[in-house]
Design a protein around this ligand. Sequence first.
Ligand code: FAD
Ligand code: SF4
Length: 332
Amino acid sequence: MNNFDYQKAATVSDVVGKSTFVAGGTNLIDLLKYNLTNAATLIDINTIGEHHDILEIEDGVRLGALATNADTAYHPIIEQRYPLLSRAILAGASAQIRNMATNGGNLLQRTRCYYFYDPHAPCNKRLPGSGCSAINGYNRNMAILGTSENCIAVFPSDMSIALSALDAIINIKSEDGERSVDFADFHRLPGDTPPIDNNLKPGEFITSIDLPLKGFAKNYSYLKLRDRASYAFALVSVATGLELDGDTIRDVRITLGGVSHKPWRVKDAEHYLIGKKADRENFSAAADIILQGAVGFAHNTFKIKLAKKAIVRNCMMALDPSTQLPGAQPSA
Ligand SMILES: Cc1cc2nc3c(=O)[nH]c(=O)nc-3n(C[C@H](O)[C@H](O)[C@H](O)COP(=O)(O)OP(=O)(O)OC[C@H]3O[C@@H](n4cnc5c(N)ncnc54)[C@H](O)[C@@H]3O)c2cc1C
Ligand code: SF4
């Protein structure tokens, strides 16, 4: 870790156009320790006087980027109107980390690919052009969808999988003004530029995340499959929201996590399901659409079958959310 100056910001204007910001620090401090990033000046954004709240707005709910993951998951509005989001956040990390981690930071956390953190291993994300150690190395946790010959890393956030399913919008401030980005357009596939995880530009600041009114509070489920029942990243996760008319699907969202460099949502699969009966057979056909093009590597081909089963199981669980017990997320 290099020496750096430390400053506390009081307003958003103090930070736009600058780098590097620290929020909860649960990812950034590790990146500094591993020399994966360095900062001449570290700007603490927790001292900014706004963007810490969960607020009702005309078209839904606004999550402050500086609100913690814990405060967001346990907020009564989120628990009651967006339980899918609450459930996904609580499936991530540990209580201590969720108490520190912020909503903005969660969206920007970096991959957990082991080779990315190992300075002796070639890694195109850390050192462009050096190669990808994971493709022919130990790739059990890596991606099966949207990979490139340059990188097969996955994006590890749980919260983002639910935000994708909920069609969230990210509000961003820069020196040029403000802009909003649909969640689907925020994270990127690795392509030829594995170092770039998302479309946030240098010096831009996430102020908040908006949730549209539709929260799928009646029929939802978040399923996270992992090697340990807690405190582990997903091998595969699924967020499902269903809107039903009797047993017919009126609207549906399905996003997969743990399988790609970004939350993986296939709208063709959702269109396929609309107007159909909410049953295992149709969910299974939708899962086939979602997994079209999936390719495994030496140690992670099992994820293709696991993801298919997880989608079907999670959609069936969404028919009766009481099947989800707190703290009873199954291991793989
Ligand atoms: C042991 C461990 C286990 C974990 N397990 C899980 C898990 O199972 N599931 C999961 O989803 N996550 C998991 N995490 C990751 C954790 O959720 C993230 O580290 C956390 O959400 C990041 O938020 P933060 O506020 O601490 O971000 P920081 O570490 O402070 O910042 C992360 C990045 O975001 C930038 N940043 C932060 N806020 C803003 C903003 N408003 N605008 C612009 N840039 C900003 C920072 O500059 C930095 O680049 C785990 C972490 C650890 C350490
Ligand atoms: S998968 Fe991506 S992050 Fe991992 S070694 Fe390859 S290039 Fe680096």
